[in-house]
Structures are given as structure tokens and as C-alpha cells.
Design a protein around this ligand. Sequence first.
Ligand code: AMP
Length: 216
Amino acid sequence: MKLIFLGPPGSGKGTQATLFKNNFNTESISTGDLLRSEIDKSSRIGLEAKSYMNKGDLVPDEIVLGLIKMKISNTNNYILDGFPRSENQAIELDNILKEINHKIDLVVNFVVPDDIIIKRILGRYICSKCGEVYNDYFKQPKVAEICDKCKSNSFKRRNDDNEETLKNRLNIFHKSNDLLCNYYKKNNLLISIEAIKNEDFIFNLLKNTIENKVNL
Ligand code: AMP
């Protein structure tokens, strides 16, 4: 199974990619996570990417494409989360897929209105130890300041989850997403889902939709 999840930041595509990973053994490949891991390692790529990410701008294609190519060449079942982000990245992805003889089965477009996205992103915080995601408005830990999953009491927020950067990230998303959707609509690969309900509901909706289209 090879899927692409499109959607604005905070649309829940990363959460769903992780649920698929846990339930269907697919790898979740997030270009944002790959870039953040390069920043943590203080690699050359990480240092270059950081300035773009802190402003909410897109990191140059050659960096992102290099990371993606390395990752998908060694994987058979995957979900691309946050990639492609532009029509050019979609075209370049097709070139890579052709080279390694892979074919995308389905592209899912997560639709969520901006006012919900803003609350999801500005309220988002993450367990520093296990990565479980919480939210000031929607999902607090059951015991205050203790992670439900791993009991850690250390949490962090992403550097780019602030009002100014989010505005830019949403602008960039709105400029390119229609083009991307049209690109995949032409290839008959696109489905859109309204992704505003809770994660279990969305997971079941997605699972049923995908099961009808792809052999899981
Ligand atoms: P995300 O974790 O998907 O919200 O991405 C965080 C940031 O990483 C974005 O705001 C961009 O700066 C960068 N980024 C992630 N994916 C891409 C991509 N496909 N192309 C360019 N930049 C990206």
C-alpha cells in the first residue's frame, strides 16, 4: 500500500498516518519529521532547513526530494505525510516513483476549516518522551501534566506552532493545495474527506474508504 495524505498543518494527517502504521504495518514518512530529525542532529541539511521552517516557508525542493528518495527506495508500504507540497514536488515524486518502479494507490485530501486548524495548532503540545500529542483546547492529559501514555512530565511545543508562522504556513498551503488536488484528480487517485471529527471516527472512515479502493 502506498498512500499520500494531503492537508493543512493540524488536519490530523500525521495522527492518521501513525494509526495506519500501528494497524497495518505501513511506514509513515513525514518530511516535517525527517527535517526536524536533521535539525536535532545539527546536520548540514538540518541547519539549512531550520531557517525556512522557523518562518513557515517551504524548504528547498532539492533537500526534501533527496530525503524522500532515500526513504521510499527502501520501503514498500508507506504513507507520505506532508509531501508533496507543490505541483513541482508532485512531478518530481512521479519521476522518482518511475525510477524505483513504485505506484501510488491513493491520495487522501484532509479537509478542515482554518478556524479549527488555528486552535489545533496554537493549542498543540507534545510529550517530549513518546511524542503523544495533546491540545490546550481539545485534549489534555487525564492527570494534569503527566503523559497518559508514558507518564513523563515533560512536554514541548513546536517552534513553528506560533501565530505568525502558522499564518504563512496556511497561506502557502492554500496557494498550492488546489493545484495538487487537480494533479491527482487527473490521475484518478484523489479522495477528499472532511476531517473534523475525532481521530477514531476519521480512522474508521478512512479505513473503510481505503479498503474499498486498495487491498490492505
Ligand atoms: P510539517 O511537520 O508537515 O507541518 O512541516 C513543518 C515544516 O517543514 C514546514 O512548514 C516546512 O517548512 C517544512 N516542510 C515539511 N514538508 C515539506 C515539503 N514537502 N516541502 C518543503 N518544506 C517542507
